[in-house]
Design a protein around this ligand. Structure first.
Ligand code: DQA
Length: 154
């Protein structure tokens, strides 16, 4: 079965109570439950990992490369804007990545407009709330069916 890593960066464990006017009121577990339901419906196996630590995220990406994960939906939180290490880890495994954000980062502070991940991602989805994860997974599944569309493997 297709395995998709849902990678969550720092502070996303606080969803539900964290800045609800920006990130909504759904918890991370509730969001994961919606992704699980989509997995049951459409036939993929989600693997969930959240960490507040850059190195742990790097290690989990390496592990994904070694364990036959097919693609990564990544909300790297603030590391999106700062982490060369996570960018390099994603490049090192060469899996298709969709970058997602709950909020529309382009409507926010200017430092959020820069991403170190977007140009190595197959796609970027943001600003729509928790549905971004499910859209990201559907995007990866579509890419896997049509690998020529994946800018990383082409
Ligand atoms: C975020 C946007 C980032 O700028 C921020 O640091 C986050 C969450 C989002 O989902 O909108 O932690 O990735």
């Amino acid at each position: 079965m297709t395995k998709i890593l849902i990678l969550q960066g720092p502070n996303l464990n606080r969803l539900g109570s964290r800045e609800p006017s920006t990130y909504g009121t759904r918890t991370l577990e509730e969001i994961h439950e919606e992704i699980r339901a989509l997995g049951t419906e459409t036939g993929f196996a989600p693997i969930f990992f959240q960490s507040n630590h850059e190195g742990a995220l790097v290690d989990r990406i390496h592990q994904a490369g070694d364990e036959g994960v097919h693609g990564i939906v990544a909300n790297l939180g603030a590391y999106t804007h700062t982490s060369i290490a996570i960018r390099d880890a994603l490049l090192s495994v060469g899996l298709p990545v969709v970058e997602v954000h709950l909020s529309n980062v382009y409507k926010r502070e200017s430092f959020r407009k820069k991403s170190l991940i977007s140009d190595i991602s197959a796609g970027v989805i943001g600003g729509l709330g928790p549905i971004v994860y499910r859209l990201g997974v559907l995007g990866i599944l579509d890419l896997l069916k049509n690998p020529g569309k994946n800018p990383i493997s082409s």
